[in-house]
Ligand binder design. Structure first.
Ligand code: LMR
Ligand code: MN
Length: 430
């Protein structure tokens, strides 16, 4: 997912302000257009390259062509790297920011970093260009690099809201430094600066507070986030949503509209269980949960489908995968997975929300000892062997395994039944 936070650019020299719009249509003020014309007319060769780049950029969008886009990017780069000193500040910024935007779009993050440095060098007294470099680092999951840049911004601009929230985000997700994450996220959010009223920061602030046992404060953050429309509700805090979908914590097979398919699969629950147990008996196949959701204990998974496609693990669980293959709402669910999930005794999974409201999560109980529980919003239930437990994982949920033997389930995510075919096929995968 793109993080295209746009900053306000104050151009003191020219006495005008510009804001580069997202996406294709480059709209700008009359004054800026005049400045651009004037600067470019003095340099016909540069103007030609600039016009050509913009034309290619535009046609890459109408043609949906990455090849054309790469050519446009090449021209933007030439403008910045070879003719930078012939461009006035307004145009230089416009070209460089558009170049970065398009490089991010293509995932060319290393190339984008070079352009960021050009902006930072030329506009050394504007924090927004450093902040944007940090965003590019974050898009590439380079949290340590982002941390350094943000730290530098805050050493010069102590109250920069954009840097504060991003720095807090990094402290939480890189260092698990919840105490300081709370301080920075909270201070950043309170600035109300552009880019700070974002679900991700409310989400991470609340989560850091919960991890510190400060549940009441967390709830206040969630309530405010829901009130200003960043969350669907105080308990349903997924960030990739379709708004009109009906929702409730627990579902029945009938509610999902896939009753027949769920029924077909659970006829074979013992076969599925045996496939899972056989895999579990082989060392190193199940992987530790990756998202830092576990508090104590041991939680491992073995993935069969991800983002609507089979994984290479499928040949090791052929019957289970064949059953899923016949269940289109599951096998095509680009915003979900199918996986075995094992919780060993004395495991606690922190309260958390899934990323999207576009899926419904079904667990088929395979090995279920006493004293294992899942809370979804305000209700706590247990699994039963050979039965489905179906819930909406965009709601806050938390899991306890206080049994004396392992708990194994098959997790099957299915498309939310309210989504249209059109929506399902155009949705970005998760
Ligand atoms: C979760 O999805 O958070 C848990 O319910 C997974 C599990 O194995 O119970
Ligand atoms: Mn979960």
């Amino acid at each position: 997912e793109q993080n295209q936070q746009q900053d306000q650019d104050e151009n003191e020299e020219e006495g005008s302000s510009s804001q580069i719009p997202e996406g294709g249509g480059a709209q700008s003020s009359y004054m800026e257009e005049l400045l651009r014309q004037q600067a470019l007319e003095e340099n016909p060769a540069v103007k030609e390259l600039y016009d050509k780049a913009k034309e290619m950029d535009k046609s890459s969008e109408t043609e949906k062509s990455n090849k054309i886009l790469n050519e446009a990017i090449g021209m933007y780069k030439t403008l910045i790297e070879q003719y930078g000193d012939k461009l006035n500040d307004t145009i230089f910024k416009q070209v460089a920011e558009r170049c970065i935007n398009r490089m991010r779009f293509l995932g060319r993050l290393k190339s984008a970093v070079d352009i960021h440095y050009k902006l930072i060098r030329r506009f050394a007294d504007e924090p927004s260009f450093r902040n944007q470099l940090a965003v590019t680092f974050l898009l590439g999951n380079r949290l340590s690099a982002a941390k350094l840049v943000l730290h530098e911004v805050l050493s010069q601009w102590r109250y920069n809201g954009f840097a504060l929230v991003h720095y807090g985000f990094v402290l939480k997700n890189l260092d698990q430094d919840f105490e300081n994450a709370v301080l920075y996220l909270r201070e950043g959010i309170e600035t109300n600066d552009e880019g700070t009223q974002d679900g991700r920061f409310y989400f991470n602030l609340g989560d850091a507070l919960q991890r510190l046992g400060r549940n009441q404060e967390a709830q206040e953050v969630y309530r405010k986030g829901a009130k200003i429309g960043l969350f669907l509700s105080e308990y349903q805090r997924s960030l990739y949503n379709v708004n009109r979908l009906k929702s409730k914590p627990f579902w029945t097979k009938l509610d999902t509209t896939y009753k027949d398919q769920f029924t077909e699969i659970y006829k074979y629950w013992q076969v599925i269980r045996d496939e899972g147990l056989k895999l579990l008996s082989q060392d190193g196949l199940f992987m530790n949960e990756q998202e830092n959701l576990k508090d104590t204990g041991d939680w491992k998974q073995f993935e069969l489908y991800a983002r609507g496609s089979k994984t290479k693990n499928c040949h090791m669980a052929p019957i289970t995968c064949q059953l899923i293959n016949n269940f289109k709402a599951a096998s095509s669910c680009k915003r979900g997975q199918v996986k075995f999930s094992v919780l060993h005794p004395n495991t606690h999974v922190h309260s958390h929300c899934g990323p999207t409201n576009c899926r419904i999560r079904a667990h088929l109980g395979l090995k279920v000892p006493e004293n294992t529980f899942i809370r979804v919003a305000n209700e706590t239930r247990s699994w039963k062997e050979g039965e489905w437990l179906i819930f909406d994982d965009s709601y806050e949920h938390e899991v306890w395994q206080k049994g004396t033997s392992l708990r194994l389930v098959l997790i099957v995510d299915v498309w939310h039944p309210d989504l249209t075919e059109e929506e399902k096929s155009s949705m970005s995968p998760i």
